[in-house]
Write a new protein. Structure first.
Length: 259
């Protein structure tokens, strides 16, 4: 599958068929995660965790044997770097037929942090189960997806703009569909994009209940995922230079992709 197909076909998987990953797939994944980088040059360390060995589970997840955790140092832009890197893993796993789902709150965090040997200067915002999707979803799985409207997204005109925030984008930009379908916490869709010339400027729209605060801004992780998608489908170059486009106080510049 190409980048667009990977992005558009990948869905959160919470119901697995109970098979452990094959040795071949596990080794492929292990080798890939060792190579993952992000445009912020902030290292994200991935750890594979045996669910039974460490007593790990998460409500709504069924049939999993393995989890993967990501750890990142507590530095500026660590959330965006984490989201970018974790999504690289997610998309590669999907290319192997391995399902994932982003878990940030519905877990016994202290157990996962202990199993991942989290250090004081590190954050572990997200974990995911790894496994092969079951043919049928559990009732809990279907209910969770329905509750967050997981198969719905805001319209392009609500998310994307031309030159400034007063001009909603007219027509379609196929590459921005990869941004529109970014998975986000509670499907809040905080990413906004202003296209000006050959540059896509990404902004975070702070949503009620998701204001920045300790220990991390989950929506900046969402923006890291969106950045990953946009760079993969455009082949564009990363920039960190605020174009100072006028915006409201709830909107924050994140990064730019030049194509």
């Amino acid at each position: 599958m190409d980048n667009m197909e990977l992005i558009m076909t990948r869905k959160s998987v919470r119901t697995f068929d109970g098979r452990p990953l094959t040795n071949e797939d596990r080794e492929k994944l292990r080798m890939f995660i060792a190579t993952i980088k992000n445009p912020y040059d902030i290292p994200v360390d991935f750890v594979l965790l045996d669910a039974k060995q460490h007593g790990l589970s998460s409500p709504g997840i069924q049939g999993e044997h393995l989890y993967i955790a990501g750890k990142v140092p507590k530095v500026e832009h660590c959330e965006e770097a984490f989201g970018f890197s974790f999504e690289q893993m997610v998309l590669y796993a999907w290319s192997l037929g391995i399902g994932t789902t982003w878990i940030g709150g519905t877990m016994k965090r202290e157990l996962f942090e202990a199993a991942a040997e989290l250090k004081e200067n590190e954050l572990m915002p997200i974990v995911s189960p790894l496994g092969y999707p079951a043919k049928e979803k559990s009732e809990v799985d279907m209910k969770l997806r329905t509750n967050v409207h997981g198969d719905e997204r805001l319209s392009a005109s609500e998310l994307f703009f031309e030159n400034d925030f007063s001009t909603p984008m007219q027509g379609s930009d196929k590459k921005l569909e990869a941004v529109r379908w970014t998975p986000t916490a509670a499907n809040m869709q905080p990413c906004r994009v202003v296209k000006a010339g050959n540059k896509y400027h990404l902004y975070e729209k702070h949503m009620k209940g998701y204001k920045p605060g300790a220990p991390w801004d989950v929506q900046k992780i969402d923006l890291g995922i969106a950045l990953c998608h946009l760079m993969r489908v455009t082949g564009g170059e990363f920039e960190l230079s605020d174009p100072e486009i006028p915006c409201d106080s709830d909107t924050e510049y994140i990064a730019t992709v030049a194509v």
